[in-house]
Design a protein around this ligand. Structure first.
Ligand SMILES: C[S@@+](CC[C@H](N)C(=O)[O-])C[C@H]1O[C@@H](n2cnc3c(N)ncnc32)[C@H](O)[C@@H]1O
Length: 230
């Protein structure tokens, strides 16, 4: 079964022998793939709506992956630590993902891995992770259908940490591959536009100074990538 580039990247961050829960599964393609791959000890999935779960059930049956347990619930409300040591939350806004994590106490355990893929507000999600003691283990950018996404693998480490503008807007994405560079360039353009608009409106406050600092750091990062032939 072929997965999209985005779902493949998410799947590649799942370790062998994991007990996986895919939150907000919708079509169920990822749990079907993970189940069929044989690399997971168990696979389950949730969705807050009945209709997506019906489509997941159909796709799982077509793929011969009926062993994937499906749960109708908000976030991880019906899932326990015994059922999952790897939680995937993909294809939702960064604030929705933060809310799901905040409500699930069992995620505050350094033996649980989270794999997150926000569709919007990735900056808000990165701030939430830092403020709540989730350390980023790996972060990669991926393009799909003309859009760029970040996929973040993280785990609870208890220690809260501050993040600057670079970590907030690009996380740990590096410019040494095409999608990584494109992601950083896109964030650069967004911040640059915001600075220009505020300047044109005659505003000059600490937020612009922070944005300008971030722009300088991103420019350096992109320049270094170029020097290294990226
Ligand atoms: C755009 S789809 C993403 C599907 C899949 N995860 C992916 O990345 O391709 C979002 C799905 O998340 C579900 N969803 C939204 N909020 C949720 C929540 N709080 N708990 C569980 N599922 C939720 C929606 O019903 C929908 O099926």
């Amino acid at each position: 079964m072929a997965l999209s580039k985005r779902l493949s990247l998410i799947g590649s961050m799942v370790r062998s022998g994991s007990r996986v829960c895919d939150v907000g599964t919708d079509h169920g393609y990822l749990p079907a793939f993970l189940y069929k791959s044989g690399k997971c000890e168990s696979v389950c999935a949730t969705d807050i709506k009945e209709k997506p779960l019906l489509s997941a059930r159909k796709n799982l049956a077509a793929a011969g992956a009926e062993g994937v347990e499906l749960y109708l619930c908000d976030g991880l409300d019906k899932i326990t630590r015994e059922m999952a040591d790897t939680v995937i939350i993909a294809g939702m806004g960064g604030e929705v993902i933060s809310g799901i994590i905040a409500r699930a106490d069992f995620l505050r355990d350094n033996t649980v891995t989270l794999i997150l893929q926000p569709t919007t507000s990735a900056d808000k999600l990165r701030e939430f992770l830092a403020a709540n003691g989730f350390a980023v283990l790996c972060e990669k950018a991926i393009s799909e259908n003309g859009k760029l996404y970040s996929v973040i693998q993280c785990a609870f480490c208890e220690t809260r940490y501050p993040i600057d503008g670079v970590r907030k807007y690009i996380g740990f994405i590096k410019p040494d591959y095409e999608d990584g560079r494109a992601y950083i360039e896109k964030q650069y353009r967004i911040i640059e536009k915001r600075v220009e608009e505020l300047e044109n409106a005659g505003m000059n406050d600490y937020r612009q100074r922070e944005d300008k600092e971030t722009l300088a750091k991103l420019k350096k990062l992109l320049g270094e990538g170029e020097k290294n032939g990226v």
